[in-house]
Design a protein around this ligand. Structure first.
Ligand code: NAD
Length: 250
């Protein structure tokens, strides 16, 4: 049976990497999917891939770091499909690679605006709509750097720790309103974000640090997100679920 049959599901940053895999998996599991991204070409490609596989999807161009765009994502989702059942707040950036004493103020502001404030804005408007629906389910994409440091990426580490915290808060406030909220902490996953920031040797070195001795795939994150987004995880809220090939246990 499909995990998300009849649901309307939203994914930010669905034009690439982990977000694209989540959007495609949501559609394969029976949801009507809304994809938001700043990159129109990539977002539209995800819609085409979903449609080619027999699914239903719709693209909205917008910037997840802006409150008004997050409001628009919810309004346009409801205008198109009538409701919002599931939301995965995934859009995120890495930011500069510098020690904290040299970190740029602009880099800090941009990373926090998208990775932390953007997730708050998204949840703010999604929760309002989900209450009207009588329920819903939010999965926020954090990182293993929601619990361990990423040297030379202070804004990334702070933003992802923040996402874990805001996820817990939402769980406490909405547990009795039929709305669940969980966070996922991917380890190092083969996506354009990773290849843009690391060369091949650095990727091999990272893979070797994990007991499973490899990078993860976007699909391995999407499968966990689909489980958390579905009724299969019905007693799970406020959790932070790491999928990292064992990277953080050694
Ligand atoms: P990616 O760069 O492949 O994809 C990110 C997508 O977000 C792109 O389509 C991009 O256009 C979109 N985006 C960027 N800025 C945006 C904005 N302001 N508004 C809307 N969309 C925007 O990245 P990815 O590796 O798939 O990462 C997705 C999420 O997973 C991020 O939150 C990232 O921090 C997290 N994550 C990634 C890894 C990894 O190893 N790749 C590990 C842990 C966590």
């Amino acid at each position: 049976m499909s995990l998300l049959a009849g649901k309307v599901a939203f994914v930010s940053g669905g034009g690439s990497g982990i977000g694209r895999a989540i959007a495609e998996t949501y559609a394969a599991e029976g949801a009507k999917v809304v994809i938001a991204d700043v990159n129109e070409e990539h977002g539209s490609e995800t819609v085409k891939a979903i449609e080619a596989a027999g699914g239903v999807a719709f693209f909205i161009k917008g910037d997840s770091s802006k409150p008004e765009d997050n409001k628009k994502f919810v309004e346009e989702t409801v205008a198109k499909y009538g409701r919002l059942d599931v939301a995965c707040n995934n859009a995120g950036i890495g930011g500069p690679a510098l020690p904290t004493g040299e970190y740029t103020i602009d880099g800090w502001d941009k990373v926090i605006a998208l990775n932390l404030s953007g997730v708050f804005y998204a949840c703010r408007y999604q929760l309002e709509q989900m209450e009207k629906n009588g329920g819903g389910n939010i999965v926020n994409i954090a990182s293993i750097h929601g619990t361990v440091a990423a040297p030379n990426s202070v804004a990334y580490t702070a933003s992802k720790h923040g996402v874990v915290g805001l996820t817990k808060n939402i769980a406490t406030e909405y547990g009795q309103k039929n709305i669940r909220c969980n966070a996922v902490g991917p380890g190092y996953i083969e996506t354009p974000l990773l290849s843009a920031n690391l060369d091949e040797n650095a990727m091999k070195a990272i893979a070797a640090k994990a007991p499973m001795n490899r990078l993860g795939t976007p699909q391995e994150i999407a499968d966990l997100v689909a489980f958390l987004s579905s009724d299969k995880s019905s007693f799970t809220t406020g959790g932070y679920f790491i999928a990292d090939g064992g990277y953080t246990v050694v």
